[in-house]
Design a binder for this molecule. Structure first.
Ligand SMILES: Cc1ncc(COP(=O)(O)O)c(C=O)c1O
Length: 396
């Protein structure tokens, strides 16, 4: 039973929806319509237990905890994401956030030679842009392929921008502003054809969109845990394609990336042979305890089931918006739409604040609109409730 609805109001689809049993795992859902997992997913009860396990381990095992699991956590925790995004075991390391992972990726390349071009899509996340433009000081040429409508970037424009001088192509798989899904397969193929590498930011796709980094042939992927993966802050991840290791020497590094970190040798680094070479310093252990719970839940449910429900509910959101005369700023074709729907209403920021006062959590992005994200725990009642309240607020 959905907390805010009476039996007579409950949608038939809700009664038959097995995923709603997961609501008990997320305490905030008892009193809040939580439509904001594109920004910060709700806390699972398991995360609370995991954080207790962290403090208990620290309290009872002390420094022994490093060799009893903590030191390897950036890789063991990464494996839980690997099974969500199709990465082989041992190919993902955890870092604090995407910004660090992206800085690490670009630090693997020289930017002052003939091949100095970085092609990025105009809907990439600002952090990534900031990091790329910083490379101009080293001689890089940054080509940002503009979005003609603020919502999409035509794949043809990106393909055209990639040439023999391109070192790296950076694509946001699902745009945070519009939920547009970019064609990673076509762009990766083109990048490889000219000898360039590709990094994909999966933050807005992993956990809500089925995805296979191995089948796509991605060279690098970055993402984090606060959103669809329900892991809380402080746990970003970096994937690197098997076989690339030997060639790559990230300048952004640290002692944990050394082949023999506990020999504490000075001088130039001797990189670890495997994914450890993409570590830097002391890992963010409590964040990984917390994040693991979210990955486990997404693995248990399976992304295919999450996506099927997400498509159904985002279609419903669009239909309700259309019926209310609200402009939709996300793609209408579900094949190129992620898990968020953006609705453009007058005074969107104020409407968002009022929704919050009514216990409906969404967010607002300038130039886009109100971002609304159902996830596997969302009832159809809540989808309808959200649009009903937006309509009521805009009318007053
Ligand atoms: C697509 C995308 N990339 C990157 C980020 C930010 O990543 P981080 O804060 O982990 O650096 C966000 C979210 O805020 C995002 O939506």
């Amino acid at each position: 039973m959905i907390e805010h609805a009476t039996a007579s109001e409950t949608n038939t689809a809700d009664i038959h929806d097995p995923l709603l049993a997961w609501r008990r795992e997320f305490p905030i859902l008892a009193h809040t319509t939580y439509m904001i997992s594109h920004s910060l997913g709700p806390m699972p009860l398991r995360a609370q237990a995991a954080l207790r396990e962290f403090t208990e381990t620290w309290a009872t095992r002390g420094i022994r905890a490093w060799e009893e699991g903590w030191w390897e956590m950036p890789l063991t925790c990464g494996d839980l994401i690997g099974s969500i995004i199709g990465a082989p075991r041992g190919r993902i390391v955890m870092h604090q956030n995407v910004s660090i992972c992206q800085a690490m990726v670009v630090s693997c390349f020289d930017w002052n030679g003939e091949r100095n071009k970085l092609v990025t899509d105009g809907l990439n996340f600002p952090s990534n842009d900031y990091i790329y433009h910083g490379l101009e000081r080293q001689g890089a040429e940054i080509v940002s392929v503009a979005s003609p409508d603020g919502m999409t970037v035509p794949v043809e424009s990106i393909l055209e921008a990639i040439d023999e001088r391109t070192q790296l192509v950076s694509i946001s798989h699902v745009a945070f502003r519009s939920s547009f899904v970019q064609d990673l397969a076509a762009i990766t193929e083109r990048a490889h054809a000219v000898g360039a590498y590709l990094v994909a930011d999966l933050y807005q796709s992993a956990g809500i969109l089925p995805l296979d980094v191995t089948a796509l042939g991605l060279d690098f992927a970055t993402g984090g845990s606060v959103k669809w993966l329900l892991g809380g802050p402080g746990a970003g991840y970096l994937y690197v394609r098997p076989g690339l290791d030997a060639k790559l020497q990230p300048v952004a590094t640290g002692w944990a990336a050394h082949a023999h970190p506990f020999e504490f040798r000075g001088g130039p680094i001797e990189y670890a042979e495997d994914m450890h070479r993409f570590l830097n310093g002391t890992p963010n252990v409590p964040a990984m305890y917390s994040a693991r719970s979210g990955y486990e839940i997404v693995n248990e449910i399976g992304v295919a089931a999450i996506r099927a429900k997400s498509v159904r509910q985002t279609e419903r959101l669009i239909a309700l918006a259309d019926a209310a005369g609200i402009s939709v700023r996300s793609p209408r074709d579900p094949d190129v739409r992620g898990g968020t729907i953006i609705l453009d209403v007058a005074d969107g920021r104020e409407v968002t604040a009022e929704l919050g006062r009514r216990q409906i959590l969404v967010d607002y992005r300038p130039g886009a609109g109100i971002r609304i994200a159902p996830h596997f725990y969302t009832s159809d009642d809540e989808v309808e409730h959200t649009v009903r309240e937006i309509v009521a607020i805009t009318r007053t």
